[in-house]
Design a protein around this ligand. Structure first.
Ligand code: SF4
Length: 230
């Protein structure tokens, strides 16, 4: 079966069915990544209901808000998630000693050292990767399908790629899901503390990320997660 046919089958299934199909196909060779912010909760909730054994990678850059770490721990506890905390190989203290506030001078390099490299190393242990991206978030994400083959041959499954922002919040409200503690303070999207601010821009939920910089992605879904045909 070619990728187009596989995507046709996946696209006709519910999100829970997509997760189960991916688990059946790849079993112990599949993981998920999550940034544990409010928008991550619907997919984490569905994973907990359908495939709680799934390894969920959290990139612990050392720059997170304390609220993010607390929210991660709350969700691990409430949903009994199988979370793997991944850090940069050199350790955060060494990174700070060697690079200082690199996020001010070269955020791309900072993301590369703290996110892309450690994630690539972790993902190399698996054949497939589940990501909670939506097509309406960025142009890059709009080009993704439910099932994607990446440049390195890994399969990236995006079970909510066709959810809209409205779908996500409707699901969140209907299921009375918890929110990141900073959400009520205007943080629609939460990344590392030095690179995230509150934003009132309802039209762009990622407006508070790398604000004032043309950067819109950390590299996880562009460099590592690049589709073979992109
Ligand atoms: S989001 Fe900011 S602090 Fe975090 S790794 Fe990227 S540049 Fe560094």
């Amino acid at each position: 079966m070619d990728l187009r046919q596989i995507n046709k089958i996946y696209s006709e299934k519910s999100t829970e069915e997509r997760l189960l199909m991916a688990w059946e196909e790849y079993g112990g060779d599949i993981c998920m990544t999550s940034s544990f912010q409010t928008q991550s909760v619907p997919l984490l909730y569905l994973v907990a209901k359908t495939i709680p054994e799934l390894p969920v990678i959290f990139l612990d850059t050392g720059f997170h808000f304390a609220e993010t770490l607390a929210f991660r721990d709350q969700l691990i506890n409430d949903y009994n998630l199988n979370v793997i905390n991944v850090k940069t190989g050199m350790g955060h203290d060494n990174f700070k000693m060697q690079y200082g506030n690199l996020y001010e001078m070269d955020p791309d390099l900072c993301c590369h050292v703290n996110k892309t490299l450690p994630l690539q190393e972790e993902l190399d242990k698996y054949k497939a990767w589940i990501a909670g991206v939506r097509g309406d978030q960025t142009d890059n994400r709009a080009a993704m399908d439910v099932v994607n083959v990446l440049e390195d041959g890994k399969v990236k499954i995006c079970p909510i790629i066709d959810w809209t922002k409205k779908d996500l919040w409707t699901f969140h409200t209907r299921n009375e899901l918890p929110s990141h503690p900073l959400f009520v303070k205007g943080f629609m999207s939460v990344g590392c503390a030095p690179c995230t601010r509150a934003s009132n821009d309802d039209t762009d939920e990622r407006a508070g990320r790398w604000s004032g910089n043309c950067k819109t992605e950390c590299g996880i879904h562009t460099h590592i997660g690049k589709k073979k045909d992109q």
